[in-house]
Design a protein around this ligand. Structure first.
Ligand SMILES: Nc1ncnc2c1ncn2[C@@H]1O[C@H](COP(=O)(O)OP(=O)(O)OP(=O)(O)O)[C@@H](O)[C@H]1O
Ligand SMILES: [Mg+2]
Length: 296
């Protein structure tokens, strides 16, 4: 869980002095945003994470508002993670990240019984990038595999991926049902220069690959078939924060809805996957036109 602080300078930045800006605080965090979108679009979703005790009630309330079942461990020592996001006039962002209580996530915060009756386990790359968290992530993956659940992965951060090593990340997440890297993350994972080549390459590890390309849309790839390029839905970008999370959440809401209740998500044929990605692009396009990353 993350507290987002969005900073939009109103003038050119003045070093050593004041720069006028609009500043707004919002609940964030990639997995929490995605959970909110999934629940908003009709999926049955539980989010588990760790927050500072001071704002635990606020985060529970915000997730509940979107329809997410929240299981938040309240940390009495660390504060909720926070990110200061500076939004440039073209909607591009610079981020300063303090992971706070997230770094203290432990097994007891994500009890395995949460997986009982679930169809899928979703993890972001952030859960893999510090040793104590990695231990939790690998344990959850083993629990999901033992139960026959589908696993879905948002690598989440090219910088963190580069630090933890792409080979190790690919080995840990190998066999996942869906992987949602953005262009930079897919480049780190594959060493390829072209998104179509990145997507094709990643099908060696994942059953469905969606490489997100911002305003240029996405590439969908499944093993043994030619990758499909899908255009973005046209939008006037104000703040692209959470576009990827909304995209993943919307795609997964459709993907999960295609499976019978309590069943493993179906291995959808390419046209159905394309339709889900087009739906996800429409949802993501609405998010970039306004401030904030959550549906409500
Ligand atoms: N400027 C834009 N105009 C229209 N659609 C956009 C724009 N930016 C992003 N999108 C949509 O959102 C999807 C995901 O965005 P992006 O590629 O930025 O993912 P990301 O880098 O994971 O995002 P995040 O910053 O949330 O982590 C894109 O595939 C596209 O459909
Ligand atoms: Mg992302």
């Amino acid at each position: 869980m993350i507290n987002d602080v969005l900073v939009k300078p109103l003038d050119g930045v003045t070093p050593d002095s004041d720069t006028r800006a609009t500043i707004s605080a919002r609940p964030g965090g990639a997995a929490a945003n995605q959970a909110a979108w999934m629940a908003h679009l009709g999926a049955d979703v539980t989010f588990a994470g760790r927050v500072g005790a001071r704002d635990a009630a606020y985060h529970r309330r915000e997730l509940a508002r979107a329809g997410v079942r929240a299981r938040l461990a309240a940390d009495r020592e660390a504060e909720t993670g926070s990110i200061v996001i500076m939004v440039e006039p073209d909607g591009e962002r610079t981020m300063f990240t303090d992971r706070g209580a997230n770094l203290r996530l432990r097994r007891a915060d994500v009890p395995a019984r949460l997986l009982d009756g679930a169809a899928a386990l979703h993890l972001t790359g952030y859960t893999f990038c510090e040793p104590p968290l990695l231990e939790v992530a690998l344990w959850l993956l083993a629990q999901a595999r033992a139960r026959g659940l589908a696993v879905t992965i948002d690598p989440g951060s090219a910088a963190f991926l580069a630090r933890m090593g792409p080979t190790a990340f690919l080995r840990w997440t190998d066999g996942a049902a869906v992987c949602f890297p953005n262009r930079d993350e897919a480049a780190v994972l594959t060493g390829e220069a072209e998104p179509v080549a990145m997507a094709a390459r990643l099908t060696r590890h994942y059953s469905v690959v969606l490489v997100k390309l911002g305003g240029a849309g996405c590439v969908l790839a499944v093993p043994g078939e030619a990758p499909v390029q899908i255009a973005a839905h046209p939008a006037r970008a104000t703040d692209t924060t959470g576009a990827g999370d909304a995209f993943c959440g919307a795609f997964m809401s459709r993907w999960l809805a295609a499976a019978a209740p309590g069943e493993r998500p179906a291995r959808l044929a390419v046209p159905a996957l394309v339709a889900a990605a087009e739906f996800a692009s429409r949802v993501a396009a609405t998010v970039v036109t306004r401030f904030g990353a959550r549906p409500v």
